[in-house]
Design a binder for this molecule. Structure first.
Ligand code: 0WE
Length: 253
């Protein structure tokens, strides 16, 4: 029971394929108490059904809204008074920006991708800070496209670079309060976000063929690494990006 007595907020559950959902299940199995946010009414039903019978805290929160972020942490303060961890598993870029060349990215698509996929981490940490009075741990999800050029990942790669840099600056800021901030860089997993991408199947095949472990990265592998990062087992680790990709990123061919 690695997470017994710990309370955390999970941001980014859309359906059962969500990486955030995989992480949430592991956290619960280790005794954590969870609150979940959902982006909008359309996804509320999914999150309600997934968490049925767990009496979790469910909060509507679109990360582009300062107001909704404020209300989320006000509610957590009222109900729990305290927070131990935060899972950030949210990313978005307008579809048109994820095909063709990065050089064609519009100002608005760049802004949206960075607002949702990178700034939201700083915004959530900012609001979580007063609740993490006894220290805490934050995990964000990243991808190799943040450090290497992956065809079509485009502005999402630039936003993931910003997310990973944000992890380092946040780790430096919050370390003195005992709050750790890390990222997990996952291999390609078929989530709702990924299902909208043409050629995703081919990317997974490429990954399987090249990764030292010769298989797809799974939701469960990412969840186990996230659990580690959120637990006291990782108490000496902050500001890092941990690759959970079957070793794909070490290859030079
Ligand atoms: O971070 C991601 C997915 C992020 C994502 C996906 C979509 C699809 C639908 C963000 N925004 C949108 N917007 C949409 O309209 N991944 C790591 C998965 C992913 O996405 C890719 C990939 C991989 C891998 C996009 C292009 C190329 C590779």
């Amino acid at each position: 029971m690695m997470m017994k007595g710990k309370r955390g907020l999970v941001v980014g559950v859309a359906n059962k394929w969500s990486i955030a959902w995989g992480i949430a299940q592991k956290l619960r199995a280790e005794g954590a108490e969870l609150a979940y946010t959902y982006q909008n009414d359309r996804l509320a039903k999914n999150v309600r059904e997934l968490t049925e019978g767990q009496d979790p805290i469910l909060i509507p929160m679109d990360v582009t809204s300062d107001k909704q972020i404020l209300l989320t942490f006000e509610l957590l303060k009222r109900v729990w008074g305290h927070l131990d961890f935060l899972v950030h598993a949210v990313a978005y870029a307008p579809r048109a920006a994820l095909e063709g060349q990065f050089v064609a990215t519009t100002r608005e698509d760049f802004r949206i991708a960075h607002d949702i996929s990178a700034y939201s981490l700083a915004a959530l940490c900012q609001s979580a800070l007063p609740l993490m009075s006894e220290g805490g741990s934050v995990v964000a999800l990243s991808y190799l496209g943040g450090t290497r050029v992956v065809p079509n990942y485009n502005v999402m790669g630039v936003a993931k670079a910003s997310l990973e840099a944000s992890v380092r600056y946040l780790a430096a800021d919050l370390g003195p309060q005992g709050i750790r901030v890390n990222a997990i860089s996952a291999g390609p997993i078929k989530t709702l976000a990924a299902s909208g991408i043409s050629g995703f199947g081919g990317m997974q095949r490429h990954h399987r063929g090249r990764a030292p472990l010769r298989r797809d990265t799974t939701q469960e592998e990412v969840a186990d690494a996230s659990l580690f990062m959120l637990s006291d087992m990782a108490r000496g680790i902050t500001g890092q990006v941990l690759y959970v990709d079957g070793g794909f990123s070490i290859m030079g061919d």
